[in-house]
Design a protein around this ligand. Structure first.
Ligand SMILES: NC(=O)c1ccc[n+]([C@@H]2O[C@H](COP(=O)([O-])OP(=O)(O)OC[C@H]3O[C@@H](n4cnc5c(N)ncnc54)[C@H](O)[C@@H]3O)[C@@H](O)[C@H]2O)c1
Length: 213
């Protein structure tokens, strides 16, 4: 039933940060519903291993190594997808990082790096994909925000992460309203805790920082 209702056979899906964690799981799920996959990640070893697993399981996979903060990598990524598949139908903006540093100790460099990856990266990938989707007159962009974009989890010292995810939620609304007339849908998802390397890092470092531990 679900497979019929959500059939996306032949659609081309780009998933950023798909070498592991939620990105890898979402790539597999999209493949299970029929999508042709484009995996994008800065970790080339993880990327090749993820691609091997998915192609062994019968999915069509293209791997693209790059950094979502690098406009040249992002432009090249979309170009390579179009060269191979001739369209780009679905984008999951999933790549993200977290720093668990108390606000009073955070350096400007660390703050800016997190905003670059979690917010500017979503903008750059959406812009490059959006230009193609405008030409196609269709597309679907899904941004992975977080419940931390709506609430401040306590006692986690992760103000830059929370601010970036609030930004992702706001950016999503802006792009959705700007691009609706091009037949492009833009939505965000705000997961709670998922057992990944990112969440494990937060749990470990929060215990170190917390006076409640
Ligand atoms: N795990 C959770 O509990 C949770 C909860 C809410 C939201 N999220 C969000 O889900 C997304 C995925 O998180 P996860 O837990 O799977 O993390 P993860 O650390 O397991 O995986 C993140 C992936 O993104 C890649 N990546 C990081 N920076 C990149 C960059 N600049 N360019 C390209 N790739 C990059 C990493 O190499 C890695 O493969 C993130 O946006 C995260 O904020 C996670």
């Amino acid at each position: 039933m679900a497979k019929t209702l959500f059939n996306i056979t032949g659609r081309v899906a780009l998933i950023t940060g798909s070498a592991r964690g939620l990105g890898f799981a979402m790539a597999r799920a999209l493949g299970e519903f029929g999508a042709r996959l484009a995996l994008f990640d800065m970790d080339n070893t993880g990327l090749q291993s993820a691609a091997k697993t998915l192609s062994t399981d019968g999915f069509e996979v293209l791997t693209l190594q790059g950094d979502v903060t690098n406009i040249n990598d992002v432009t090249k990524c979309v170009k390579n997808i179009i060269n191979k598949y001739n369209s780009l139908d679905i984008v999951v903006n999933n790549a993200g990082i977290v720093y668990t540093t108390p606000a009073e100790d955070m350096s400007l460099k660390e703050w800016q790096h997190l905003i670059d990856v979690n917010l500017t990266g979503v903008f750059l990938v959406s812009q490059a994909a959006g230009r193609q989707m405008i030409k196609q007159k269709s597309g679907n962009i899904i941004n992975i925000a977080s419940m931390s974009g709506i609430i401040a989890n306590f006692p986690h010292p992760q103000c830059s992460y929370n601010a970036s995810k609030a930004g992702v939620i706001s950016l999503t609304k802006s792009l959705a309203s700007e691009w609706a007339h091009h037949n492009i849908r833009v939505n965000s998802i705000s997961p709670g805790y998922m057992n990944t390397e990112l969440a494990a890092t937060v749990a470990k470092k929060t215990r170190l920082h917390s006076t409640m531990a």
